[in-house]
Unconditional design. Sequence first.
Length: 289
Amino acid sequence: LQRGREQLMKTNPQTLVKTVLKHVLMMLLSVAFMLPLYSLALASFRPGRDLLRFGITLQTLIPKDFSLINFWGLFSSREGIYFTWYGNSLLIMVVQTLLALFFASFVGYGLAVYQFKGRKAISTLVIFLMLVPIQILILPLYKLMITIKLIDTFIGVLLPMVVSPFAVFFFKQYIEGLPRDLIDAGRVDGLSEYGIFFRIIMPIMPPAFSAMAIFMAMQSWNNFLWPLIVLRNGSKFTLPIGLNTLVTPYGNNYDLLIMGSFMATLPIIIVFIFFQRYFIAGLTSGGVK
């Protein structure tokens, strides 16, 4: 503490003012970004019609009139099928994220390290696929799922999303920034190519894995269109599809919809908190040698 005070006394006043203003600005931005989540959290413990009638105002931001009726309603609604949807989304998110990290890092390593014929063409194709929206691929993917009989299965939801072009490109760029001496040293010591990847490269890639895990988890958790097309049985629905069924032309259950939406944000928040230590390092690692 004393050292911090001495350093503060030696700081240039102009620099100190800039630092204070920067921190104040960051705090204001944090409050602005947290306000919708805070409003959703308060609205989830109130009647759903209040948020629709009054919106986000100073009056609705004051914690009052809390009730657990909406929360208990999630357990009783349709014999607790909400938590079935929740479990389905969690299962798909975890499996898809793990598989995407493994295969994308494997492919990115091959494109970054090995020199072979067609390497540039494959790298260009990966970049091109990043520009292709999933909506263009829906019809051929749907026909493929019918042919291999994976309609209304979790595998049918996972299979087209296992290898992400963006993740492949990200890992390729990250690995290209690593020292090649590490790979050469592994070969001199007698490691196989698989041993070099699993025992040398992977242990020094936590920032890349953490940053990409957040993106892949968010993509899987928020995925709506493809699971809607593949899944048929209500007990296999993911959370975005299940919440959408609460809004119908015959009635809108906003109480459960708002509480369910708030509960749906928790896994992504937990994932970000768990991986935030390496998140910025993983995004900026390729920018500075």
